[in-house]
Design a protein around this ligand. Sequence first.
Ligand code: 13P
Length: 237
Amino acid sequence: MQRLIIANWKMQLTVSQAVHVALMLRHSRLPRRSRLVLCPSATAIGAVSRVLHGSPIALGGQDLSPSLKGPYTGDVSARDLKAYGCQYVIVGHSDRRALGETDAQVNAKVKTALGARLTPVLCIGERWADRKAGRAVRVVQQQLRSALERVSPAQRRNVLVTYEPVWAISPGGPIAPAEAFRMARVIWRTLGGRSQPLIYGGSVVQRNAASFLDGVHFRGGLVGQASLRARSLVALL
Ligand code: 13P
């Protein structure tokens, strides 16, 4: 099965650095067994989109507005992501949740993304305090249920549910693969079946990628730090 590697560049690269890394990747020999998705910051999407035009590397946004148009200063519209050729969009990343994004907003964004035919990379995951207090499962189930509220079963299959324990994001973590697999099974149980494609995120690097992306539980990885340089990303792929 083809593995999906989703590079979340967060706000780590300038536009020219993003273009540079995208160019290096475009001219690298990438293995066919993995599909690469680059998620640059909103300001770099246009430039990176031009670099990737005609290449098998896909493009994604890091966030989107729940609305397609309107007086929402600073927001990014799904229409513009589509216009730049994005096929994916990260939704509900813990960086956004830490800034106050609510479960209801995440749900609205998932629905807007699906309506615009963007694949939502839906991030869910507990914080360390939740895990320590024994509420990790409850938190993840709650985030999952509310993010997918009133999303039809057919539409759900288009959502890449991404288990990203907040405490395992570098410089923290990583979680033991067996623990991540346990949560994958919780997610499937909550959704009533194993058909949902799952992604893992949190300190994925070349060394541990194969153990997380076993193809049974997780068919892809959401990668931050290790995706910022072409060389480490190619090694990971
Ligand atoms: P790291 O791979 O740097 O831990 O980042 C994970 C992440 O937050 C991806 O969205």
